[in-house]
Design a protein around this ligand. Structure first.
Ligand SMILES: [Zn+2]
Length: 287
């Protein structure tokens, strides 16, 4: 899904005017055409798209001249930012920044499964999670390495499946079994990951990007569709705070405060589960 141009190939002029990632969907903001192939010959136009049209993006392909094109049903569409905007990213500044700089450039999931962790079945059975819980460690001075080490030493009290920061996604517990991170109700239902606190604009954006990719990956992996947690206990994407509010058995409110403070500090805006959901959806749609 990463659409970075391989080194040595031609890259067109003013490439920053073009989207270079394949996203879930785009909105046409200036009348555009779908072309039969990525090289955009005028006589190979197959369809006109009017301003306001929303279209699903299936991938990205580079033209011989060095420009990225969106792969869509029936052909190829320009990625020029004057013609298309990313509908699924929404208007949140954190998301916009991620879309422009890091989308598709997430960390790889590194599996370092600790076999000592208890193996208890989820309530629907082995390998049948019902969603994902997003946590944040609430420790301003820890690193991912330290957090993993601590959890391995105290797994009999609590553990999650995975840790995420700006550069790493480390999976330490088998996601086919439950974890102990958010109380009885959530533990038997969901796969859970912790974000470690990071301390720069860049790392925060990269961490959210990794968290969104990982959430989408888990949902896809287990045949679940992205949907926000709701009061009626449905939904596949939960914060620990949502669990406390709607499922009970726990009182933590993460990652609400961390996202709010980080969003405000570096982007002058809040960042919420609604914003995060849009990014997860964009990743999911592109998978
Ligand atoms: Zn938590």
């Amino acid at each position: 899904m990463t659409a970075a141009k391989s080194t040595g190939s031609k890259v067109g002029k003013k490439i920053s005017n073009y989207w270079t990632v394949s996203l879930g969907s785009a909105k046409i903001v200036k009348n555009s055409f779908i072309y039969k192939n990525q090289n955009f010959k005028k006589n190979q136009r197959v369809k006109k798209l009017k301003k306001g049209t929303k279209i699903k993006i299936k991938g990205l392909k580079w033209s011989n001249g060095g420009y990225p094109r969106f792969k869509v049903a029936g052909g190829y569409l320009t990625t020029n930012k004057k013609n298309t905007v990313v509908a699924s990213a929404g208007s949140n500044k954190v998301n916009s920044y991620i879309i422009s700089n890091y989308f598709g450039k997430h960390a790889k999931i590194v599996k370092k499964i600790d076999k000592r962790f208890p193996k208890n079945k989820l309530r629907r059975g082995l390998g049948k999670p019902e969603g994902v819980v997003v946590h944040e460690t609430a420790n301003p001075n820890s690193t991912l390495k330290n957090e993993v080490k601590y959890m391995k030493a105290h797994y009999k009290n609590a553990f999650v499946h995975t840790f995420v920061n700006g550069s790493t996604i480390e999976n330490i517990a088998n996601t086919n079994y439950l974890a102990w991170g958010a109380g009885y109700q959530a533990n038997q239902r969901f796969i859970q990951f912790e974000q470690v606190r990071v301390h720069s604009k860049k790392n925060f954006a990269k961490e959210i990007n990794n968290a969104a990719y990982y959430s989408a990956y888990i949902l896809k992996e287990y045949g679940l569709k992205p949907s926000l947690a709701k009061k009626n206990k449905t939904g596949t994407l939960w914060s620990h705070n949502d669990v406390s509010k709607w499922l009970g058995g726990t009182t933590h409110t993460d990652p609400v405060a961390y996202w709010k403070a980080s969003g405000k500090k570096w982007f002058g805006t809040n960042y919420t589960m609604k914003d995060f959901y849009k990014l997860v959806k964009a990743y999911y749609d592109a998978m």
